[in-house]
Write a protein that binds this ligand. Structure first.
Ligand SMILES: C[S@@+](CC[C@H](N)C(=O)[O-])C[C@H]1O[C@@H](n2cnc3c(N)ncnc32)[C@H](O)[C@@H]1O
Length: 245
């Protein structure tokens, strides 16, 4: 999609991101923070695509030292506005580069954001660079959806999320199964005008992710169907996967 870069998603959604997601039950933020804190122990933590700090701020609130990377100034500005948000070191840039110094006990990328890297090459680069910044006992955790290709009819999907007398909320998507790409626009229609929130993804199945990890010198240590360590089964819509040496 022309005009779509690493910063586009965040720059366009920053204004309403927390309203939509900060307390969204399906994200299980509290359970996420519990698991991340347990894996971090007393070690240093790096969040790839830290955004507005939905996870990083409560982790920091538990006394854990958290650093972040993000490409969107607008998202990081929202983090900075919150209590404690000015004390989290954030590196601006593409998280595939993992452009930081030092080594971490825990590096994580949540809420499907590994798939925001739009080629296999970039996703592999992310695994490799994350591995290079892990301490010997460090782990790399990802939370991503399990691809459901039945969502698409002739490689497209149009979904009506909600309808009211004052607002219509839609998702329009195109699927490219060869590139494993889904380019979507979340559309909000009101009498005041139309708002467009683009989000492009490259999905991968767990087997491909595990192979990327192996190429990066890591192996799968745990795979759960959710943040509360639910078993990963054929019914799981997502997985939380932990890789280490
Ligand atoms: C869905 S939000 C997740 C934010 C936060 N991790 C959370 O779980 O609430 C995705 C974040 O990834 C950032 N992002 C997307 N692609 C990126 C890239 N290639 N490099 C750095 N940040 C990126 C966006 O700016 C946004 O802050």
């Amino acid at each position: 999609m022309a005009g779509y870069g690493p910063e586009t998603y965040g720059d366009r959604i920053a204004e309403i991101y927390d309203e939509w997601y900060a307390e969204a039950p399906f994200l299980e933020t509290e359970a996420s923070v519990d698991l991340l804190a347990e894996l971090a122990g007393d070690g240093l933590v790096l969040e790839l695509a830290i955004g507005t700090g939905r996870l990083a701020l409560p982790l920091a609130g538990r006394g854990i030292e958290v650093h972040g990377i993000d490409a969107s100034e607008a998202m990081v500005a929202k983090l900075r506005e919150k209590p404690g948000g000015d004390r989290i070191p954030v590196t601006m840039g593409d998280f595939a580069d993992v452009g930081v110094d030092g080594s971490y006990r825990l590096i994580y990328v949540a809420f499907n954001t590994l798939f925001a890297l739009l080629t296999q090459e970039d996703q592999l680069r992310c695994f490799t660079n994350a591995a290079a910044h892990l301490s010997d006992d460090g782990v790399f955790l990802i939370e991503v959806f399990f691809p459901d290709l039945a969502r698409f009819d002739r490689n497209q999907r149009f979904q009506t999320n909600s309808v009211s007398p004052t607002e219509v909320n839609l998702d329009a998507s195109r699927h490219d199964p060869l590139a494993q790409r889904v380019d979507s626009v979340h559309v909000v229609l009101t009498e005041g005008g139309t708002k467009l929130y683009p989000v492009n993804l490259r999905y991968a199945f767990p087997s491909e992710l595990d192979l990327m990890a192996r190429l990066a010198g890591l192996e799968l240590k745990e795979r759960w169907g959710g943040w509360a360590r639910e078993p990963f089964t054929v019914s799981s819509q997502r997985h939380v996967s932990v890789y280490g040496r």
